[in-house]
Every structure is written in C-alpha cells, then in structure tokens.
Design a protein around this ligand. Structure first.
Ligand SMILES: Nc1nc2c(ncn2[C@@H]2O[C@H](COP(=O)(O)OP(=O)(O)OP(=O)(O)O)[C@@H](O)[C@H]2O)c(=O)[nH]1
Ligand SMILES: [Mg+2]
Length: 457
C-alpha cells in the first residue's frame, strides 16, 4: 500500500446507498474516490468498455463472485463529478437484500462505508460547492413545500453565496484602502476620505442587515411557519386544528378545558408548511395542571409568527374579547394576530357589538377556505422583498457577528482611532462573512455540519 494511503493524503474510496432504505423499484448505490473505477470494474461485469457518463448495462456480482443483480452503472470521471473524485453510481433493483449485498461486495473490493454527509463534504473539499451550497443540498432533500424547496434550490444555485461574495469584495476593497493608509502612517497621509469610507461602510452594513432581517421568515419557510390557536376554553380551537389538518387529531368536547397540553402538527397549505399548535384554553383556574397547560399556551404564543385568537361570542362578550386580544398582542407584538369569531352557525349578526376586527367562521367549507386564504395572504404580505433569504441559523449568527465588527469599524473611524484597529475589525468582519460559504472555517464546524446529513448524501 503506498504511503499516501497510510498518511491519509489520498482519500479512501467510499460507498453508500444513496436512496432510502427499504423496498422500492430501484436503489442507487454510490461509490466515490480514487479507486472507484477499479472497484466498480471488480464488482460489475459489462460487455463493452467503461465509458464515462454513459449508463452501462451489466451484472453486479456479490462478494463471493455470484450474480447478484442486473443493473446500470454510470461512471463520472473526476473532477467532472458531484464530489470532484471518480464516482460510479449503480442503479440496482430496489430490494434491501440486494443493497446490502452490493455494499458488502464493494467493501470486499476495497471501498469503505461512507459517513453521513461524506459525499457532500468531499464535494465541498474539492471546491464543487461552497459550504452554504452544501448545506442547501440537505435543505433541498428535507424541503416539504414549494416555498421551502425554492429557498433551498436558490441557495444551492448560489444566490446567497453570490450576494456574500459581492459584499466581501466591497469590504476587501475598503480594507485595502485602510491598509494602504497604514503603510503610510509616518507620512500622515489619508488616501481615503473619512466621509466616503463611512458612507461605504453604512451601505455594506445596511446590506448585511437586510439579509439578516430575512432570517425570521426564511427559517419559518424552511422549518414550518409557527401558527398558534389561542382562546378561552370551548372556543373551538381543537375543532379548527382538526379541520385544518383534515384529521381527527385532537379531542373535541363540550366540556371546557378539554385540551390540557399543547398539541403540535405540521400541515401544508399552498406553498407553505405550517407548524400548527393547539393550546389549552386560557382562563383563571386553581387547578395546578391546567395552570401548567395555560402557561404553555403563552410560551407557544411567544414562538408564533401567526396567532389565531378564537372567540365564541355566545360565551365571551366584546370586552372580554378585546382584553384577550390586547393580551395576545402585548405578549407577542411581532406575531400577526387574527381574531376569529367562532360558531357562526349559532349566532346571527354582531354588528356594532364592539368585538375586535375579525373573521367569522362556522362549520362550513367556505368559511374554512376563507380562513386558509387569509392565512396565506398574511404570510405573503410579510414576505421579505428581494432575492436572498437567510434560512440557516449559522448564517444568521455569522451575519450578526460581522455586523458587530462593522459597528466597531464605524465607531473607530468616527473617533479617529488608529487604522490598525480598524483593519483588525475589518478582517474580523470579512472572516465572519467568509465563514458562511466556508472560505474560512474550522474543521470541527465542518464535522458538525456534515454529520447532520444522512448517509449517502
Ligand atoms: N355549533 C358549533 N359548535 C362548534 C363549532 N366549533 C366547535 N364547536 C363545538 O364547541 C365545543 C368545543 O370545541 P373544542 O374544539 O373542543 O373547543 P376548544 O377551544 O378546543 O376547547 P378547550 O380544549 O376546552 O380549550 C365542542 O362541542 C365542539 O363541537 C362550530 O363552528 N359550531
Ligand atoms: Mg381543545
């Protein structure tokens, strides 16, 4: 074995099942590394020659050399492959037995089983993707809605990366001016006009802030928009949860206080996935368990982007409804709050009764459809403008850190503090921005990012 292997300079050849485990029409088994072609030739018999980027029909042989399956192999000669290494992808019949035996054969021929995310990590290491794009691969696979899918696809195509690159370039130009000034510090020369510098700096900071401001929405699009149902006991919250889910998920009864703990479910509506939370009805109570449930209702509200305040006007008067609405708004001013007057079938008109602005709903399908339309409209109205959405907490934290450094640069410039300190803070800002795309990244961070991927990715 050559020394390079022992020193770990030449990467090992890895193999994994790229499709989900279990029964399916087909399975894809992926091999990547310097020995991929040799290993493939060992386990897969074809009649012609191995040609790159062609699906080759052949027979996959087990570790003991017996025919295992008839299938296809595609060889991507590095660096023109996903990982940048030699890659062979096998399309086999989708039995878990075949998948397992195929992996055994590949191991016997010299491949090692891949760690979670290792293919994507190699693509990153070989410059095929930057870190933000590599993370987008994971998001794309996990996306459950059109909006989530679009977000991940944009990030994979490099929208976030290009924007960051642009900011980094501007910041680097700016830093160059400052450093130049440093070189001539003896002569007391100022190459850059302070006013101009401050203006450029304000502009770059504003761009970072705009990006950062999209995080609240971006994260919700990626992870599900938190939507909370609140109201007095018996207002009809669990009934509405079941109707939105089209599922008999939560207990419904005429006894006030039926829901004691919060109930959370995801559902897709239009382009979005929502995280819908039904909560314990809010009232004054001596029951300690109910009190715990109600405390949880308020906690759930604190995390919500959308709060539906349900009021049954046959049980709750206008003043009480106004008071509840006020408490909800005060408790989470950032959340969009919609008041629903429920059980419309039980009452006639409430015009002039003094209830907060509301939508009236009853058991009809039309009422439900109208509510669903209103939910989507409210989300769309709050969508950040522009092409870039930040959805990843790591990216948001890096932007925040970068903004902090830029703030220090600004105050140093304003106070006329030495260029050396300014240059230091600028380098810091650049480093934070660069960490998003992985231009500057610690190994342990890479490990934690890629280990959250599944095997075969
Ligand atoms: N007539 C009528 N009854 C309704 C409507 N919505 C809910 N109800 C009834 O109102 C009662 C309470 O409904 P729930 O959905 O359990 O109310 P809740 O707000 O979850 O109540 P808690 O869990 O106790 O906080 C049940 O008997 C429901 O069948 C409606 O639109 N019209
Ligand atoms: Mg309930």
């Amino acid at each position: 074995m050559p020394d390079e292997y022992l020193c770990g300079v030449i990467p090992k050849t890895i193999a994994a099942l790229a499709t989900a485990k279990g029964l399916g029409a087909l399975h894809v088994v992926r091999v990547s590394g310097p020995d991929a072609l040799r290993i493939a030739q060992h386990v897969f018999r074809i009649t012609g020659a191995w040609t790159p980027r062609k699906a080759l029909l052949g027979v996959f042989c087990s570790a003991s050399g017996e025919d295992l399956d008839q299938g296809l192999a595609t060889w991507f000669a590095g660096p023109a492959s996903f990982t940048g290494e030699d890659v062979v992808e096998f399309g086999l019949h989708g039995s878990s037995y075949i998948a397992e035996e195929a992996l055994n054969a590949l191991r016997a021929a010299g491949a090692e089983l891949a760690a979670p995310g290792e293919f994507t990590q190699r693509a990153f290491a070989n410059g095929k993707l930057d870190l933000a794009q590599a993370e987008a691969v994971g998001d794309l696979i996990a996306a459950e809605s059109r909006a989530g899918h679009e977000l991940a696809l944009k990030q994979l195509k490099g929208t976030v990366s290009h924007k960051l690159q642009e900011l980094r370039t501007r910041l680097t130009d700016f830093a160059a001016l400052i450093e130049l000034e440093l070189d001539f510090v003896e002569e007391d020369v100022e190459f850059a006009q302070r006013d101009q510098l401050l203006e450029v700096l304000a502009d770059i900071s504003a761009e970072c802030e705009t990006m950062l401001s999209t995080f609240r929405h971006g994260r919700a699009v990626r992870d599900g928009i938190p939507l909370v149902l609140l109201g007095a006991p018996n207002a009809g919250k669990s009934t509405l949860l079941n109707r939105l889910l089209r599922d008999d998920r939560a207990l419904v009864s005429a006894v006030p206080g039926t829901t004691r703990d919060s109930v959370e479910e995801r559902f897709r509506l239009g382009d979005y996935v929502f995280r819908l939370v039904d909560t314990a009805g809010i009232r004054a109570t001596e029951d300690p368990v109910e009190q715990m449930g109600i405390a949880r209702s308020w906690t759930k509200l604190a995390e919500a982007h959308l709060a539906l305040v349900l009021v049954d006007p046959t049980q709750t008067n206008a003043d009480e409804a106004q008071e509840l609405y006020r408490r909800v708004r005060q408790s989470n001013p950032e959340a969009e709050c919609i008041v629903l007057l429920t059980k419309r079938d039980l009452w006639g008109s409430l015009e002039g009764a003094g209830y907060p602005e509301h939508l009236a709903i009853g058991p009809s399908q039309d009422d439900l459809a109208q509510l669903e339309w209103l939910l989507l409209e409210t989300i769309r109205r709050n969508e950040p403008k522009g092409n870039v959405l930040i959805a990843n907490a790591r990216h948001a934290a890096a932007l925040e850190a970068s903004l902090e450094s830029l703030k220090r640069v600004r105050s140093s410039l304003e106070l006329g503090i030495s260029g050396e300190l300014v240059a230091y803070d600028l380098r810091d800002a650049l480093r934070h921005l660069g960490s998003i795309t992985g231009e500057v990244t610690a190994d342990d961070l890479l490990g934690s990012i890629f280990s959250s991927f599944c095997i075969g990715k």
